[in-house]
Design a protein around this ligand. Sequence first.
Ligand SMILES: [Mn+2]
Length: 432
Amino acid sequence: MGELRFVHAADLHLGRLFSGLERTTPELGRIFRRAHSESWERIVREAVARKVDFVTLAGDVFDASNPGVRARVDYRDGVNRLHEAGIPVFVVLGNHDPLATFPESLRNLSGQHLFGTEPEGIRPSSVEYTDGVMVFGVSFPKTVVRDNLVNKFRRDPGLDLAIGLVHANVSGMGGHRNYAPCTMDDLRAAGMDVWCLGHVHSRTVLSRNPLVLYPGASQGAHINEPGPHGCDLVTVNHGGMIGTEFLPVAPVRWESVHVDVTGFKSVEDVMDAVEAGSSNLADRDESVRAIVVRFNLVGRGAPEVMRELENRDELSDILSDRLSVLPVPVFPESVRDMTLPWIDLESAMDEDGFLADFLKLCSETADDPVALQHLIEQVQRELLTKVSPGYLSQDLKLRAAAESDCVWRNLLDHARNLTVKAFTDPTTDATE
Ligand SMILES: [Mn+2]
């Protein structure tokens, strides 16, 4: 077998719009509206420029099961460009774009192989020695798939290279709906050399041999999908060695930035610090055209400064104006007050009254494993019934959180600080 290279991408979510980014300039608005499509255009450009043997897409190509015209046209244009360059596309569908409702007009595009709802193996016609290489895939028939799809895959004997393509949740990865669940053992048992997966939106390499790869969503969609996003270039060399390289393509980057406001005398100082913290965020990533940032104010701010910062809308407007002219424009997603209360918590605890009782309760709960566990269970129960797991912050990804009391202590501290600030008047309790 000669050297083989292909691009693997997943979770393009074409047609998805960012919510909450309406208050921006027309230029940034256009970048935001086009971000998901542009990430797909760049995947196509990378594949053509690198003359890869084929492209694989592992589900959630579209954000909606009935995608709009623009998303359909953008997808079709990409497949056409690849076809003109002699690069076939292998596609399986996921929970956002299951086969039952996949647009008729896109089912039989030239150069596209759309897998059905039973696993099958296809030999890429573009690859030399095609007999030795097969791509196996299966699509979601409908949105909710509780079956183990990976168990149905079987490698054909005599193949040099078997690639499995599926939208699935391996080992109940936190923060994602448990569709098409499977385990690492299931993946190994199927005998594939490479598993090209989709569903988990942050890039994750679960194993090198066999290569088990989630490339992540090609464009992060919100603050809990931060950092670079893109696709992977998978290479199989003459000796059968398999490697993969991440290619960043997302034009919009999400980031959280901590700004320590301790010692600042004015809101102007805070603005300058925020601007300084925004200017080098995309230093080494030339694919980024705009950055959306959540600013977390930390430390202990002077009461008069913090009071002025309470007008978040005005603050966001000013930041928006100042940061949109940076070389890589920055848009403030929000400004969060994570600062410490103005009062001294230790001495407040020694006094009488509601605040002291509240502080004692917080402190006792943090120190008592049973009480902390009780609180964790209560919070998780509330969150799980009301919030989609994708929107929970990294700290609340339940698997990690359950194993780490430290995460919960930090959250408890944060809740305590917010409550104390709500109950204390900075103008009378100013201690600085
Ligand atoms: Mn997805």
